[in-house]
Each structure stands twice: as C-alpha cells, then as structure tokens.
Design a protein around this ligand. Structure first.
Ligand code: ZN
Length: 228
C-alpha cells in the first residue's frame, strides 16, 4: 500500500513533466523559420488586436507596402472586430494565439482544446477569415495541443528572431538586433500589445527602422503563407 502511494506521488510529476516539458520534443516538427533559398522574411505580431497600437502598426505596414502575420488573442479580437477585419482586408495573414493567452503548462487536455478552438472561432468570426496558423502563448506547449492543431489544420509556428523577450528592450536596440539577426527565411516575433508592458508603444517606434533596414539588405517582407 505504502509503495502504491509512493508510486502515485512520483508518477504525477513525471506525467506532468512529459505532458509539458516533454511535449517540446514535438516542436521539432513545427515551423521555426522559412526556406533559406530566398531573401524573404516574415514579420509576425502577437497578442493583439490592441485598440491603439494595432491600427498604428497597420498604418506603418500600409505605408511601407509590407504584409505581415497577426497572431490574435480570441477574446481581444471579439472586442475589436473592426481591427481584426482591417487586418484581413489589408492582406495580412491571421494566426490564432488562443482564446485568453493561458500558458499551456497550466492547461489540461480539455482546457487546451477549448483555448485553441474558442480562439480560432472568435478570430474567424471577428475578422471574417479563418486563422491559418497557430502560436502558443510564451511558446509553451503540451501534448494535447498538437492533436487539436492537426484537426484544425493550423500549423504551429514559432520564430527565429525575437528582438524583445521577457523584459523591455529599448526600441533602437530592438531595431539593431532585428537587422543584425536577419537571415533568409527569418520569422520575427514582435508584439503589438502588452505581454511585456509597453511593448506596443516600443514596436511602433522601431518598426519603420526595422522594415527599412531589412529592405536595405534586400529582404522581401511577406506574410507567413508566402514565406512557407
Ligand atoms: Zn503572446
């Protein structure tokens, strides 16, 4: 009996470790960058739509005649359908970034499925177009996520360049890093809304310089479906 209790106590963390940490082995089959034969890169924007910053990002992309990919949070898209629709109509790709931006390390299989499906449905309803890609919040995966994505037909897309991660980085430094890290097929992870406080404001400050710097190096800036 004692042995069974001990085994159960040991098995739960082991199972959770495999379900969360272990699932990251499966990300080897996910998208981290595009093909390297062509001078193209994808700008991707997470965590919007934000009522102030996302329209300004769209204005910057319009003026530069560049297309990107927006990984929207479902409940934010539901609150800002006009912005979601503008993203789709301007020719940018849509991605699903879950319903409420929960970490999948804290979600069981059922909650994981709801986060993905509810996000997908809300974004499609708000934007009038289905999301084609998926990105998990903070890049954290679990084993349940991959099955749901297969059924929805939305590949999991990570990134190869992240000018700002968990802590705020000065806009000029983000532009410098982004330009220095340019490679054919690069996927840029940018944020048009908070995660890290103030991310949207910093993005609109450095995005024009990043676009100009990448263009100077000869990169075409394309939505993910075109890059991949
Ligand atoms: Zn996010």
């Amino acid at each position: 009996m004692k042995r069974a209790v001990w085994l159960a106590a040991g098995a739960a963390p082991a199972f959770w470790g495999a379900y969360t940490w272990g699932s990251h082995l499966l990300t080897l089959g996910s998208v981290w960058r595009g093909p390297t034969w062509r001078y193209a890169a994808a700008l991707t924007f997470d965590d919007g739509p934000h009522p102030e910053w996302t329209p300004r990002v769209l204005d910057i992309l319009d003026r530069a005649d560049a297309r990107g990919t927006f990984f929207l949070i479902g409940r934010r898209a539901q609150r800002a359908p006009a912005i979601a629709r503008r993203i789709a109509l301007a020719g940018h790709d849509l991605g699903n970034h879950t319903w409420s931006h929960q970490s999948f390390w804290r979600c069981g299989p059922r909650e994981t499925e709801c986060e993905i499906r509810d996000g997908h449905v809300a974004i499609a309803a708000a934007a009038g177009a289905e999301p084609r890609f998926f990105r998990p919040p903070w890049g954290k995966t679990n084993l349940a996520m991959f099955g749901t994505l297969r059924r929805l037909g939305t590949p999991c897309v990570f990134w190869s360049v992240q000018p700002e991660s968990r802590r705020p980085v000065d806009p000029a430094e983000q532009a410098r890093r982004g330009i220095a890290c340019a490679r054919p097929g690069a996927i840029y992870d940018l944020h048009d809304a908070d995660g890290v406080p103030g991310a949207g404001a910093r993005l609109v400050e450095f995005l024009p310089a990043l676009i100009a710097g990448l263009r100077d190096q000869g990169y075409a800036l394309v939505p993910l479906h075109e890059l991949l």
